[in-house]
Design a protein around this ligand. Structure first.
Ligand code: GLU
Length: 365
């Protein structure tokens, strides 16, 4: 259970155990765990549910079955309560990112989220993510924070995803109805049988939210991210995690993260254009593990937007040496190519990033 960058998803059952208003009951131990992780040099991104539950007392509602608009208003007021509740447990600043599936599907917005997370982590700020429930309509929603957390783990390139709730993990039978049910400590492949064991086939409504947790584990492990379903109601589990002891159910990453990412960059993303590099930039990218700077660019071919994938081409041999996600459009790159990064703002009137392609977004071919 060794990890360097983890997404921790905290469910409503922990944020708001009574289902109305925020509580510190379980969050103190979670916050201590996060602080301990920070002290060990690990990076943490929190995905927190609970805005609707936190706002429940503050918006008038009649029947227990809430109208969407009522829930959206509860989320708007509850999000503030929830963030304030988290902040009181940390000395470091917390930051809020409210996102929808629509944001994650849009390359440029995806890129903005990724860059923001990168900078927040580098500045020792705790990112706290939730779905933007107030604006999201069904088609643009992730819908549940388990799947949202898996997507956040992908965007942030986390190596681990911890899904904390009030269940111990996946059991071979429903533990509420079978006294002999046993916890499954490790799952190396997610099959229909696993969904069935969790008491939720893919076509049925989840029992205890296990279906969405397994869906999240499937998304994450396919992309090289180890996933754990853990009971966050007891502080001992956090000690165990820090001591690298087995807790809950561990879904084993299907391939290494680097391999998954390389595959995605190389085979899934189609290049929209080419960037031609001088020999200095080729050397820096190939042999020094460097990001691509505007100063090493000799020419640009094709038209692309910021966030698109591009080929990096060695000028003298005219061969593709790498592929990466570009922070600038072809139009803007044409204006900054050959220049020092410090001049980007002056030349463009804005500076998205000091580098044209970040090292983490680049794969050597
Ligand atoms: N975004 C919802 C909220 O903050 C939670 C969704 C979920 O728990 O899966 O209330």
């Amino acid at each position: 259970m060794n990890f360097k960058r983890a997404v921790i998803k905290v469910g409503s059952a922990l944020v708001s155990p009574e289902g109305k208003g925020c509580s510190g009951k379980y969050l103190l131990a979670i916050a201590r765990f996060i602080t301990e992780c920070h002290q060990q040099g690990k990076e943490i991104i929190l995905v927190s549910s609970g805005s609707v539950a936190a706002g429940r007392n503050l918006i008038q509602h009649g029947s227990p079955e809430l109208a969407i608009q009522t829930k959206q208003a509860m989320a708007a007021v509850g999000q503030m309560q929830m963030m304030a509740n988290w902040q009181r447990f940390f000395d470091i600043p917390c930051s809020q990112l409210l996102i929808t599936h629509g944001d994650l599907k849009d390359r440029q917005r995806y890129n903005n989220i990724k860059n923001t997370l990168r900078i927040l982590l580098a500045n020792n700020v705790l990112p706290i993510v939730n779905e933007n429930d107030t604006v999201a309509i069904d088609e643009l929603k992730v819908g549940d924070n388990d799947n949202l957390a898996a997507l956040v783990a992908l965007v942030s390139e986390a190596d681990s995803l911890f899904i904390l709730s009030d269940v111990d993990g996946v059991f071979n039978k429903d533990p509420r109805t079978h006294s002999d049910a046993q916890l499954i400590p490790t799952i190396s492949k997610i099959t229909d049988e696993i969904y069935a064991m969790a008491g939720a086939t893919k076509n049925h409504i989840a029992t205890g939210g296990m279906k969405t947790k397994i869906e999240a584990a499937e998304k994450a492990t396919e992309n090289g991210i180890n996933t754990y379903i853990i009971n966050g109601t007891t502080s001992e589990v956090f000690e165990k995690i820090l001591n690298q002891q087995q807790v809950g159910t561990h879904f084993i990453a299907q391939k290494s993260q680097t391999k998954a990412k390389k595959h995605w960059l190389k085979h899934t993303l189609r290049s929209s254009g080419d960037i031609i590099l001088d020999s200095g930039a080729v050397n820096a990218v190939l042999h020094k593990g460097a990001s691509l700077l505007p100063s090493g660019i000799s020419a640009i071919q094709g038209q692309f937007k910021a966030g698109d994938s591009v080929n990096l081409i060695e000028e003298c041999s005219n061969t593709i040496i790498a592929k990466g996600i570009c922070q600038y459009s072809s139009h803007d790159l044409a204006r900054i190519k050959g220049h020092n990064s410090d001049n980007i703002s002056k030349l463009l009137g804005y500076c998205n990033s000091q580098v044209v392609i970040h090292r983490d977004d680049l794969v050597i071919i």
